[in-house]
Design a protein around this ligand. Structure first.
Ligand code: HEM
Length: 210
């Protein structure tokens, strides 16, 4: 029988464990009754923040390889992306199940009236499409279109940051830090910047070879 070998590098194991820690901490807090004064808001914020952080980590993998020629990190794009989707799903489930108690009319109103909710929903739908098509099977099926589709990850990052900016009070800087990180990650994708990095690396190699 052709047994598939599961080989995980220490980096992959660390990424999986690290991604699951926020979930474990939430379950721990639930089990111990550490729910705070507004448990629904507490878990909404925690799942939303974790989804965003993991999405940015997933988007950071390619630029990290561009900068440091560290190929191993490319294998982390998928797990970080899928975990981001997991936390976004819990975030959404808390919103519809706990915040709005499955009151569909109210949910519909909230989703249509609050601009941050519409943007959040679009982000969630993009993450859903990316998570479903993240397998090798879908990569083969979609061929060239797979890469095009997965470029939407950047759009989802941008929309998630907009969602965050729109829901905080004016003057709160936190979402802008995420916006700055996203901007840096996007700029490292630009062909001109990539070329400059490659030529810097070539010069450095020449120097060390001398
Ligand atoms: C239909 C989809 C979504 C809805 C309805 C929604 C709704 C919410 C709500 C109600 C809050 C809390 C607002 C507050 O009480 O201050 C929130 C916060 C947040 N959400 Fe979402 N969200 C959605 C999707 C997403 C997605 C897909 C992401 C990221 C990938 C995300 C990231 C965040 C972040 C980062 C926060 C702020 C966390 C903080 O302040 O620490 N949300 N969202």
């Amino acid at each position: 029988m052709n047994k598939k070998k599961w080989k995980f590098t220490p980096l992959q194991i660390a990424a999986h464990l690290g991604s699951l820690i926020p979930l474990a901490l939430m379950l721990w807090d639930i089990a111990n009754g550490n729910l705070g004064i507004d448990p629904i808001r507490n878990f909404t914020l925690r799942t939303g923040k974790t989804a965003l952080v993991l999405l940015l980590l997933s988007l950071a993998c390619t630029p990290v390889n561009t900068l440091f020629k560290f190929k191993q990190v490319l294998k982390l794009r998928r797990p970080f992306g899928v975990y981001s989707f997991l936390y976004a799903s819990i975030h959404f489930a808390i919103f519809i199940g706990l915040d709005y108690a499955f009151s569909w009319a109210l949910i519909q109103d909230a989703l249509l009236e609050k601009r941050y909710a519409i943007v959040g929903l679009i982000t969630g739908l993009i993450l859903l499409a990316l998570a479903i098509t993240s397998t090798i099977g879908w990569q083969r099926r979609l061929k060239k279109n797979w890469k095009k589709l997965h470029k939407l990850a950047y759009l989802s990052g941008l929309l998630a940051v907009i969602h965050y900016i729109w829901l905080v009070k004016q003057g709160v800087l936190d979402p802008w830090y995420f916006a700055a990180i996203l901007l840096i990650l996007l700029s490292l994708r630009l062909p001109a910047i990539k070329k400059a990095i490659a030529s810097l690396r070539a010069k450095k190699m020449q120097k060390t070879a001398r």
